[in-house]
Design a protein around this ligand. Structure first.
Ligand SMILES: [Zn+2]
Length: 239
């Protein structure tokens, strides 16, 4: 995703608009080529939770193109930048999310800037944890009476049936599994070429969404139902 530097508004993981504290700009080029890289590191603080976030905006430049765009050159903003979050306070999951599921999700976030691949694998591990939480077996017994391993695909199919997971959520969970498998099984060079930090961040966003739908929605639904019963008892039966 390309980012327009000029917009300049960044939000903390807690949801509040952040304040820019300091910016460091670094430019490096390769000898004998017109190409160079600009990286802008910006540190933000959040006035609400007072945590810091570090974001890197990077872009490729080309001296020859710059020559043609000379009129726009005085502004840094005519380029498109790639935005990478290097450090951010972790997004807090609702307390209705089981602890070990929240922990693996947090781990997927904390390795994000160091290894997209590790983050992909941990996103897949969140699905394993969800299956464990809903008591979907990871081992079965085959026709010959021997115990055998049940793979994640089969476990998820059981989960969808058992919990009557809605169609839209099934698609997202299967997508996370397919992508997580790429992290676990594809060779390193191909993966590194295809998958960038922002992709790992998007996958993590999907995992957060699934976790919230599975645990927090149910919790809020229960809360609402209980509240409704209380209100009805108090008001509708007192006539
Ligand atoms: Zn904050």
């Amino acid at each position: 995703m390309l980012y327009e530097l000029e917009a300049g508004r960044e939000f903390c993981n807690c949801g509040n608009l952040m304040k820019s504290e300091t910016t460091f700009r670094h430019q490096s080029g390769e000898d004998e080529t017109p190409y160079y890289t600009i990286e802008i590191f910006e540190i933000f603080t959040c006035p609400s939770c007072s945590k810091a976030t570090i974001i890197c905006y990077s872009t490729l430049g080309n001296d020859e193109e710059d020559e043609m765009n000379r009129d726009n050159m005085e502004s840094e903003f005519y380029r498109d930048y790639r935005r990478t979050v290097l450090h951010a306070p972790r997004k807090q999951l609702h307390y209705a999310v089981p602890r070990y599921i929240a922990e693996v999700t947090y781990q997927a976030q904390s390795v994000l800037s160091k290894s997209s691949r590790a983050s992909f694998i941990l996103c897949r591990a969140v699905l394993e944890e969800i299956c464990n939480d809903f008591k979907i077996p990871s081992e079965g017994v085959n026709k010959k009476g021997k115990s055998n391993f049940i793979n994640l695909k089969e476990r998820l199919t059981q989960l969808f049936e058992q919990e009557k997971i809605s169609e839209d959520l099934v698609d997202i969970i299967q997508g996370i599994r397919d992508l997580g498998n790429e992290g676990a099984h594809s060779d390193h060079l191909t993966f590194a070429k295809q998958v960038k930090v922002e992709d790992a961040n998007s996958l993590l966003m999907l995992v957060n969404y699934v976790v919230e739908r599975l645990y927090v929605d149910k919790y809020r639904q229960q809360e609402a139902e209980e509240e409704l019963i209380k209100l009805k008892e108090k008001i509708l039966t007192s006539e």
